[in-house]
Design a protein around this ligand. Structure first.
Ligand SMILES: Cc1cc2nc3c(=O)[nH]c(=O)nc-3n(C[C@H](O)[C@H](O)[C@H](O)COP(=O)(O)OP(=O)(O)OC[C@H]3O[C@@H](n4cnc5c(N)ncnc54)[C@H](O)[C@@H]3O)c2cc1C
Length: 377
């Protein structure tokens, strides 16, 4: 095999699948290469769903991207005929001067987002599943919700294939070379030539691209699904998705949907750096206890028997902002590593940005926050 493509995408997970659709929509000859199945449960995008929220406490500069991400999620739904985005409202809560509450409030004020500030007692009155410490404040934003992450990979891939993209599962990229004549990719099944090479390889970005190795830290995460004792308090209609900082750490959670049980996770669960090529340690009683301790105190009516525990991978950058840039010295190679535990909601707009970079060499979106050279001394 020695075919030539406009763009090869390495990694067909959340970001790669969205990128494949955006490039195929613009008439490009695309090849997407995925080492595992499509979809699979060994990367960063499995586990039914991911939170999307506009009141972005991490940095208000994400908000314009989020607005475009919402539009593109709706475009995906229109194109595939399936609901991918579910609106529940979102809660961002912490002590008043904590990042989660104060950052969410700042984003709302700067970008004119509808929001309500609730005391702990008001939160419980409105959404009785919550029992936060009395000194915490909650920001409610009505457009928050969740995305069906595995379904969106499937739909992005189906749409890309329908437009002529080639997508190969179970084909690992072994290495790649760059010369004045072009870019070449060697896989477990063949060798391919391409004009543009796009890396959306999640936890494996650091092994495929030397420049990223020292920067990115793959980390084991654990999700739990617990059977609510009062199920009516944890439906998508009665329980908004949340990000909460409490003395035990920063947690996120979802109403019951798509898998039995109330879904809960803690950011940087045990702070365990991993090698993505080694099997992840199976979840155990210690993992469960970390998550159950939160549920018992702050959402006690959800503290029933465990129904499922699953692992997943964060790929952390040093400042927990994304890396979306071209490779230094070779703008034919595009790097997209939007994770640090909060990237999924951006897949739709990252697909558009990466397609812009591949086709136009630039994008109208402000991606200065994600430049690689911010890490140079
Ligand atoms: C537990 C957990 C909860 C999260 N919660 C949220 C949330 O609520 N909201 C939110 O916005 N974000 C959340 N995130 C973050 C979000 O899920 C990630 O940012 C997103 O999934 C990253 O997508 P990706 O495409 O970079 O990675 P992936 O979807 O993992 O895709 C990368 C793909 O590249 C493939 N690949 C790697 N190397 C090769 C190779 N050599 N050859 C071929 N293929 C290769 C991999 O197999 C993989 O399929 C969460 C993450 C985790 C783990």
């Amino acid at each position: 095999m020695n075919e030539r493509y406009d763009a090869i995408i390495v990694g067909v997970g959340g970001m790669g699948s969205a990128t494949a659709w955006q490039l195929a929509r613009r008439g490009k000859k695309v090849l997407g290469l995925e080492q595992f199945d499509i979809p699979h449960a060994s990367g960063s995008s499995h586990g039914i769903n991911r939170i999307i929220r506009l009141a972005y406490y991490e940095d208000p500069r994400y908000v314009p991207l989020l607005k475009r991400a919402y539009e593109l999620w709706r475009e995906l739904e229109a194109a595939c005929g399936e609901q991918i985005l579910h609106i529940t409202g979102s809660i961002d809560a912490s002590q008043p001067d904590g990042l989660v509450f104060s950052g969410a409030l700042e984003s709302c004020k700067l970008h004119g987002l509808t929001h309500e500030v609730l005391t702990s007692a008001e939160l419980t009155q409105r959404f009785p599943g919550y029992r936060l410490p009395a000194d915490h404040l909650a920001l409610y934003q009505e457009e928050g919700g969740f995305l069906l992450s595995e379904r969106s990979i499937i739909q992005h891939v189906e749409l890309a294939i329908a437009l002529g993209a080639e997508i190969h599962g179970r084909e690992e990229v072994l290495d790649w070379t760059s010369s004045a004549n072009g870019l070449s990719v060697r896989t477990t099944r063949g060798v391919y030539q391409t004009e543009k090479l796009i890396f959306t390889a999640g936890a494996w970005m650091g092994t495929l691209v030397d420049e990223l190795g020292p920067l990115l830290r793959p980390e084991r995460q654990v999700l739990a699904w617990l059977q609510p004792l009062e199920p009516e308090l944890f439906t998508p209609q009665t329980f908004p998705v949340f990000n909460l900082t409490v003395p035990e750490g920063r947690y996120y959670g979802f109403p019951v949907y798509g898998n039995p049980g109330f879904k809960i996770g803690r950011y940087h669960h045990l702070d365990e750096t991993i090698d993505p090529d080694q099997p992840l340690r199976l979840p155990d009683a210690v993992d469960e206890e970390i998550l159950r301790a939160f549920v018992g105190r702050y959402t006690p009516a959800a503290n029933g028997p465990v129904l499922a525990l699953r692992t997943c991978i964060f790929t952390n950058s040093p400042d927990e902002h994304f890396i979306i840039d071209t490779l230094p010295g070779d703008d034919r190679v595009i790097l997209a590593s939007p994770c640090s535990g909060h990237g999924y909601k951006f897949c739709s707009v990252v697909g558009e940005i990466v397609a812009d970079l591949a086709i136009e060499g630039s994008t109208r979106h402000d991606i200065s926050l994600f430049r690689l050279d911010r890490f140079r001394a």
